[in-house]
Design a protein around this ligand. Structure first.
Ligand code: SAM
Length: 258
């Protein structure tokens, strides 16, 4: 099977999303760019094509396992045609672009911000955006605990996502300030997600959130380390302006320890 067909089949089998050849080709070009850049910059430890498709593409798109989010994403085209307000997503600690870039390629109407504290990864992502001709997608450089306080970014996003950045209690303090009331923060976690969620209960409430759906999945039996959990936190109340705290406190004294 050629690479385009492989990407399409894996995505459809594991997420139910059907993509056309053009989107699969964009994903393949993105893979090629990462593999090339990975020789001079640390972007990913996963380079084998099949493993990459599973652990980066399929995993990023697993967001659609959340039915309320899938409904929003599926309706984006109609929303745009009818002059709706659209949907803004920010990916906190995007690294080489996961999960933000695959979501953008598959849902072109989504307005995506790729946020990271490391400028050189964002410079690479600017090249990806330009080469693939993606619109309504921008990179943003800074630290989440600082940008979450800025009025231009605070409570401005319908969907906040983050994968492999910090333990959930810390992450809630970094991510929930970006989320609009009525929006959702979705954290992509490994096998310990349930435990982290228990520890994060105080932080979630304190930051204006409420635990939503929890989806456990394993996407391919490639190795033993494929347990995944998506944790959805719904934003039900505005976050108190004292959060996020400065001076590295979200990391040093996460809210369950305060
Ligand atoms: N999300 C990607 C993925 O799943 O492949 C990258 C994960 S990588 C392990 C963590 C990324 O988070 C790094 O690119 C790092 O620069 C970024 N990061 C860590 N702390 C951050 C912070 N406080 N604000 C913004 N970005 C941060």
């Amino acid at each position: 099977m050629d690479k385009i067909s492989y990407i399409k089949t894996q995505i459809e089998t594991n997420t139910g999303i059907i993509i056309d050849d053009n989107k699969a080709d964009q994903l393949l070009q993105y893979y090629d760019m990462i593999i090339e850049k990975n020789q001079v910059m640390n972007l990913t430890a996963i380079t084998d094509f099949e493993e990459f498709v599973a652990k980066h593409f399929v995993d990023s798109l697993s967001l659609c396992r959340l039915q309320d989010i899938k409904k929003v994403l599926d309706n984006l085209q109609d929303n745009e045609k009818s002059g709706g307000s659209g949907c803004k997503l920010i990916d906190i600690g995007t690294g080489a672009g996961f999960p933000g870039v695959p979501l953008k390629i598959v849902y072109p109407e989504l307005d995506v911000t790729l946020f990271d504290s490391l400028q050189k990864r964002l410079t690479f992502l600017d090249d990806v955006i330009s080469k693939l001709g993606l619109k309504k997608i921008q990179t943003l450089h800074g630290r989440a605990e600082e940008f979450g306080r800025k009025l231009d970014y605070r409570e401005k996003y319908d969907i906040v996502v983050s994968r492999a950045v910090a333990e959930l209690t810390t992450l809630c303090e970094l991510a929930l300030p970006f989320c609009k009331v009525g929006g959702s923060f979705i954290s992509y976690k490994g096998g310990k997600g349930n435990e982290e969620l228990q520890n994060a209960q105080y932080a979630i409430k304190e930051l204006g959130g409420k635990t939503g759906s929890l989806i456990e999945y394993s996407f391919l039996a490639l190795d033993e380390n494929n347990e995944r959990i998506l944790v959805e936190i719904c934003k039900v109340k505005s976050t108190n302006p004292k959060y996020p705290r400065g001076g590295g406190k979200p990391f040093k004294t996460p809210l369950h320890m305060v």
